[in-house]
Design a protein around this ligand. Sequence first.
Ligand SMILES: COC(=O)[C@H](Cc1ccco1)c1ccncc1
Length: 130
Amino acid sequence: EQQEEDTLRELRLFLRSVNDRLMQDRRFKAFTKPVDKEQVPDYHSVVKQPMDLSTALSKIDQQKYTTVREYLHDIDLIWKNALEYNPEDDPYDRQIRHRACALKDTVHAIIKYELEKDFERTCEQIKEAR
Ligand SMILES: COC(=O)[C@H](Cc1ccco1)c1ccncc1
């Protein structure tokens, strides 16, 4: 009913504010768009579930997320994929892994400090009831 729509609208506003901050951060430029199949032909044979910040934003707008946990699962895919695809002990791979770890710590810190526990609980209850 209306209260549920109000809650999900507030969830989308919160997720857009988190996603925008991540997209504005220069460290996370490599995570803002899907990895290009033409440039990186073996990427999709290594990474089974590609994800990026632009795709996450369109999922917010398509109302694909009912809880913060579902959004966080997608952001976790972004940095985990980067660690998996760039494992070498060379400066190029080490730099993207460092940025992947920064992405992980940044998104978890924002959510820890800015998301109210009972707001997420309310979203989870809406998800269960559907
Ligand atoms: C999330 O981005 C990636 O995993 C690509 C993989 C990649 C390898 C070659 C071209 O692109 C990446 C981009 C920038 N720096 C390192 C790796």
